[in-house]
Design a protein around this ligand. Structure first.
Ligand code: FMN
Length: 172
């Protein structure tokens, strides 16, 4: 990576969180001068975490908590001298049902980021205030594809983080 970039790190067992990650990436890529690295968290090297200007983490909801591999990933971040301090952080999540854990997961990710001294932000719209989330199995949202409404929130999140990173860089 030559210029400032946003790292999007996701975990996805059945593809829903990956689909949201793709929409977040689209939002980031709409910002001029900002690059985007989109990866499943298994493939992320520590160097990439250290070089990223912003990190956006996505998790499915598992029993109203972060999926364990996501918490493990965050627990593996370097902490000595807090090298992630002042990076921008944001979250996205997918859950099967409405209000059975997605907000808890978003805030769980942001809480861990705050321990690292990151500057955490939500999405573009008030409907994505804690980050972008999607419902994947309940009622009208159970059709197999992620509803457009949720993809738009994900895109707005990526765009906002990209724009903030761009502002930070222009002030340096
Ligand atoms: C072990 C397990 C626990 C789950 N617990 C919840 C839950 O508490 N609340 C919820 O809304 N969805 C729950 N789900 C559903 C997933 O969050 C949902 O299907 C999600 O979109 C899967 O994301 P993925 O396709 O990226 O793997 C659970 C799924 C699994 C496999």
């Amino acid at each position: 990576q030559s210029g400032p970039f946003v790292l999007i790190a996701y975990y996805s067992e059945s593809g829903n969180t990956k689909a949201m990650a793709d929409a977040v990436a689209e939002g980031v890529r709409s910002v001029e001068g900002i690059e985007c690295v989109l990866k499943s968290m298994d493939d992320i090297r520590e160097e990439e975490l250290l070089e990223a200007g912003a990190i956006i983490v996505g998790s499915p909801v598992y029993n109203a908590n972060l999926a364990p591999p996501v918490q493990e990933f965050i627990n593996s971040w370097p902490f000595e001298d807090r090298p992630l301090k002042n990076k921008i952080g944001a979250a996205f999540a997918t859950g099967g049902g409405i209000s059975i854990g997605e907000e808890a997961v978003l805030l769980g990710i942001l809480r861990s980021m705050l321990i690292h001294g990151m500057i955490v932000v939500g999405g573009e719209e008030v409907e994505a205030a804690f980050g972008a989330s999607a419902i994947t199995e309940e009622g009208p949202f159970g059709g197999g594809e992620i509803h457009e409404l949720f993809l738009k929130k994900a895109e707005g999140l990526g765009k906002r983080v990209g724009e903030l990173l761009s502002d930070f860089h222009s002030k340096k």
